[in-house]
Ligand binder design. Structure first.
Ligand code: SF4
Length: 239
């Protein structure tokens, strides 16, 4: 079945903006920031949230905070105590030593007291590169630190919902994994967009994946993007 979509150059950029504007109307941009965490706390939160429901990773984060006064104390604690504190999240036995190793590496690089606030003085590209040099920190975590924390920088995060919707819309190839998709999707956004606009882009694509473009059965018949979506049109024509 031949579908007529130009997925390159200016046509792609125009579709990205169309998609953004329609989803902004649907979900009400600007989207309120959900986090008021400082950048280091956001890093810890992001590490705990990997493949974990929000409710469970939030519980793990709160328990960790209540049981240790500082992130330095988490770094120096008995690993078993950290593991017990973050038990509500998935794989606490892996996440506890990884979190402590990252805190030790930050100490080696930055000294004490631990803080990532200096990232505000770097460009987004430099800040992401600095973070991603640390083993255990990938593009999703670096984007979360910069975008979701009180740093409020224009760094695009891509979660599994966002990634799936972008694939179906033809914004990225079906074979492109979520890690490398960060750079491709970020490059499609207008370079002058501010932090709120970049944050909105992530949030609305994620919300659309959660509420309409479901993993198993996307509700293409009630999707405001159907005429812009190769996958949705293919499904409609095939049904
Ligand atoms: S048309 Fe269907 S596949 Fe495309 S974005 Fe909408 S729900 Fe997803």
């Amino acid at each position: 079945m031949q579908l007529d979509f130009d997925l390159s150059g200016p046509a792609l950029q125009s579709r990205v903006l169309d998609i953004h504007q329609r989803l902004c109307v649907e979900y009400g941009c600007p989207i309120r920031y959900f986090s008021e965490l400082d950048s280091l706390s956001e890093l810890v939160s992001a590490l705990l949230s990997h493949r974990t429901k929000n409710r469970d990773s939030h519980r793990a984060f709160l328990q960790l905070r209540s049981q240790f006064e500082t992130w330095e104390a988490v770094r120096d604690a008995d690993p078993a105590a950290v593991e017990a504190a973050i038990a509500p999240c998935t794989w606490p036995e892996q996440k506890a030593p990884r979190l402590q190793a990252i805190l030790r590496e930050l100490t080696r690089r930055l000294g004490e007291p631990l803080s990532l606030d200096f990232l505000a003085d770097l460009s987004v590209v430099e800040a992401r590169a600095w973070l991603e040099e640390i083993p255990g920190i990938g593009p999703k975590t670096s984007a979360a630190v910069l975008s979701f924390s009180t740093l409020r920088r224009p760094a695009l995060a891509v979660d599994s919902h966002h990634h799936r919707v972008a694939q179906r819309l033809g914004l990225i190839p079906k074979t492109l994994a979520v890690g490398p998709a960060h750079a491709v999707l970020a490059a499609q956004l207008p370079p002058h967009w501010d932090a709120q606009q970049v944050y909105d882009n992530h949030e609305i694509l994620m919300l659309h994946g959660q509420r309409v473009c479901h993993y198993r059965k996307p509700s293409c018949d009630r999707c405001c993007l159907l005429d812009l979506c190769p996958s949705g049109q293919y499904r409609e024509q095939a049904s």
